[in-house]
Each structure stands twice: as C-alpha cells, then as structure tokens.
Design a protein around this ligand. Structure first.
Ligand SMILES: Nc1nc2c(ncn2[C@@H]2O[C@H](COP(=O)(O)OP(=O)(O)OP(=O)(O)O)[C@@H](O)[C@H]2O)c(=O)[nH]1
Length: 428
C-alpha cells in the first residue's frame, strides 16, 4: 500500500535547558511522537531532538539546523517531516520549501490519528470540525498531499488568492453544516445510549496514555480468550472484542484512542468525543506505563479528563469506583515483585504476560462487587426473560407459583438497566 511506504522523519524542537532529567523527558516525548506517527502507517527513518535557542519566526529552527535537516531528508528519501511542535503557516511553508518535502506539525498529526480512530458519529463530526478549523486558520496549501493519499478531506485547491478566498468560503459553509449536524447528533444521543445498552455483556474499556500498552494488552487478552464471533460482534467496531473471564463470564473489551501529552487545546473536544465508549463501560481499565518518567503526571492527566467528563454529565459520577489501575511494563523495572502495587491496581507486563491472570480475576471480582440484588416477579411463560437473568446474573432465589415466578438475582447496574428495558418493551 502506498501509505505504508511513506518515509518520515520526526523532529522534536526542544526549548528547555538540557538538564539530565529534562533529557530523559525529551527522549520520552520523542518516542511518543514516533509512536504516534507510526500508528498512522508512516515509516520513521529518522528521528532527532533539536535544541532551540530561540523560535525563529521564519522557520522555527535555526538555519544550520534547517541545512542539516535538508541533507538528511535527501539522504534518507524522506517524504514527510513531522515537527513535534506548533508551526505557523508561514513556518510550515518556508520549511517545506527549504526541505523540499511535506512538513506537518503536531496538531495536524494528532488530527490525523483522531480521524482514523473516531468510531462514533459524534466523534467523527467533532474531529472533522477541528480539522476544518485548523485548515481555516492556515488558508494555505498545507498537508493536502497526505490527505489525498489517505482519503481524508483533501479538497483545498491551488494557492492563488482567489482560490484561497473560495476555500475560505467553502470551509466556512462546511463548518456551519457540521455544527448543525453535531447538534442533531447530540439531541439523539440518548437514544443511541439506550441502543448500546443492548450489548448483552459487561463492557470493560481501556484508557491510558499513548504507548502505555493498551493495544498490546488488548491483543494479549483477546488473543488468548476470544469467544466465537457471533452476529453481534460482526456489527461492532474492531476496537471491541468479546472475551471470557476465568469465571466463565463474558465481557466486551473496548480499546480507546490514547491520551497524548500537551494536547493542543483546540483538539480537546475532538479527543473527548473519541472517548465516548468509556461512558458505556462497566469497568474502566486505566493502563499506565510505570516505567515512563512522567508516569505520575500522566495518571493525574487521565483522571482529570475522566473527572471533566463526569462534571459535564458524559460519565457517571461514581466513575472512580469502576476504575482498575493497570500498572504496565513491570518487566522494565525489575518485574512484578519489584513493583509496589497501588491500592485497587494490578501490576502486569502485557509483553511477558505476567500479572494477566491476576488482572482477569480482578475484573471478575470487581464485576461481582458491583452487582446489585434485585427482585422480579415474572409471569409464567416468560421463559426468555428468565433465561436472560440466568445468563447475565446470579439467581440467588427462585419461587415458582401457579401464574408467576418470583426471582431474586444479583445483576450489574448496566444489566439491570438492560433488563428493565426489555421488560418495558414487552409490556408495551
Ligand atoms: N517492555 C514492555 N513493553 C511494552 C509492554 N506493553 C507494551 N509495550 C510496548 O510499548 C509500546 C506501545 O505499546 P502499545 O500497545 O502500542 O501502546 P498503546 O497504549 O496501545 O498506544 P496507542 O495505540 O498509541 O494509544 C510498544 O512498543 C509495545 O511493544 C510491556 O509490558 N513491557
């Protein structure tokens, strides 16, 4: 595929003083950017941290740095240079001219990733909106090359003034339409929620920083224990997979887009929209890279975003009781035994597999803990409802009468909502 062959260089301009701890932070930041670029299919053939004494208005980088970068671009046949910083439209255009290749900045890279990962209607619209606003703020031919290749929104025309005016109008019109569509989607969101609740198993969502190991963990867990793909899962998106826990209970594992350090503010709404799955989750697995120099700050960031979602009503207020913290990459810091497990957390290595059985048991235990005791009186003959209760909960008591069956069961709050929805529909 053409896009998988796109050769890229990732450059991190670094303005902070080069103290030893800062160097480690810069290296981690560069690794993050490399991971992000690789996640959209770019082949990274060069990466570098460039120390900035001052931000040059024309090119951001110093002229010597631009010269050696040009040589590197030629030598390595680089098609795209990613500057992990914010570029003004002028800087971007000047760099493209000087380097003789496409140049994109951090915001453009992140937008691309969100565009690929947005799963819900709202997520897709929100990302497209952020994308158009970004383009409008530039109004020059920017990264249409990458766009076309990847089938995105590459509709910007030539660089002439009239063309730019026409583009400005077109983008403006599209933004107005998108905002209207978004409102429409938000109005009907409640309806979609109810429909999603009919996924008949508890949902466990993975959240965490990019590179924390979410996908590795997702694959490790699903690779080992996927249950037969039935009709239901064919219609779900590929970031959702069903697995069976040691208890025999089935769950849906749902991967989400990763958190990114210093997320540009204009992308916050788009990011939150891509996190919508978390609102549906019975359990949130917060995957952390405990070997990362910013590990603690990253944890706070994730919790702050979830708290923000709770304040805005997207997430239920008791979200903290549904989080299991997963302290990943224990193998890099001396193995499971060497790591102090925080309360409510499980230490693992998604790569070596250590701690995975304990994690599965923790999910099982947390689901059991979250169950509520409910009583139902079902008419005899409603075998399907009774069967549903047996399949999704634990029946603790059952009394069969002439016309009615009384059942006491333990159910998850979400399952209880699903069950109530079913009985309400039958009553209709
Ligand atoms: N040593 C070690 N490396 C790990 C472990 N888990 C993941 N990794 C590595 O960390 C890198 C990032 O892992 P991913 O699973 O792609 O991370 P992610 O959280 O899904 O990242 P995004 O998809 O960008 O959000 C990869 O190179 C993995 O091989 C682990 O337990 N130990």
């Amino acid at each position: 595929m053409e896009q998988s062959a796109t050769r890229a260089a990732v450059i991190l301009p670094w303005e902070r003083p080069d103290r030893q701890d800062e160097v480690r932070a810069a290296e981690a930041r560069l690794e993050e950017a490399v991971g992000l670029a690789a996640s959209i299919g770019l082949v990274i053939v060069r990466k570098a941290i460039l120390l900035l004494r001052a931000r040059r208005p024309a090119t951001l980088l110093g002229s010597g740095q631009v010269d050696s970068l040009r040589a590197a671009v030629q030598e390595d046949r680089v098609a795209v240079v990613i500057i992990d910083s914010r570029l003004t439209p002028v800087q971007q255009r000047n760099l493209e001219r000087a380097l003789g290749c496409k140049v994109i900045d951090r915001t453009a890279l992140i937008l691309d990733i969100f565009g690929e990962r947005a799963a819900t209607k709202e997520g897709t619209l929100q990302v497209e909106l952020a994308h158009l606003e970004y383009q409008r703020s530039r109004l020059v031919r920017t990264w249409t090359h990458l766009e076309r290749q990847r089938g995105g929104f590459g509709f910007l025309g030539g660089p002439g003034e009239t063309q730019i005016e026409a583009d400005r109008r077109m983008i403006g019109d599209r933004i107005v339409r998108l905002k209207r569509e978004l409102e429409q989607v938000r109005r009907t969101r409640g309806l979609h929620r109810a429909a999603r609740r009919r996924v008949p198993f508890p949902v466990v969502a993975l959240v965490g920083y990019t590179n924390a190991g979410k996908s590795t963990l997702f694959n490790a867990l699903t690779g080992a224990a996927v249950f037969a793909q039935d009709q239901l899962f064919a219609t779900l998106d590929p970031t959702m997979r069903g697995i069976r826990l040691p208890s025999g209970r089935r769950i849906i594992l749902s991967d989400t887009v990763g958190f990114i350090s210093d997320l540009p503010t204009e992308l916050v709404a788009a990011f939150r929209a891509t996190l919508e799955e978390v609102a549906e989750a019975d359990i949130i697995l917060h995957v952390r890279d405990i070997s990362h120099p910013d590990s603690t700050a990253q944890r706070t960031d994730v919790e702050d975003v979830l708290e923000g979602m709770a304040r805005s009503g997207t997430l239920e207020e008791d979200w903290r009781s549904r989080v299991i913290e997963v302290q990943n990459k224990a193998d890099l810091i001396g193995g499971r035994e060497a790591v102090h497990a925080r309360k409510g957390s499980v230490v693992i290595s998604a790569i070596t597999g250590e701690g995975l059985p304990e994690l599965l048991s923790a999910i099982d235990a947390r689901l059991t803990e979250a169950m509520e005791t409910v009583h139902y009186t079902l008419p005899v003959g409603e075998g399907a409802l009774l069967a549903w209760l047996y399949a999704h909960g634990e029946i603790t008591e059952r009394r069969d009468g002439e016309t009615e069956i009384e059942v006491t069961a333990r159910l998850l709050p979400a399952d209880r909502a699903r069950f109530d929805l079913q009985t309400a529909e039958r009553g209709r």
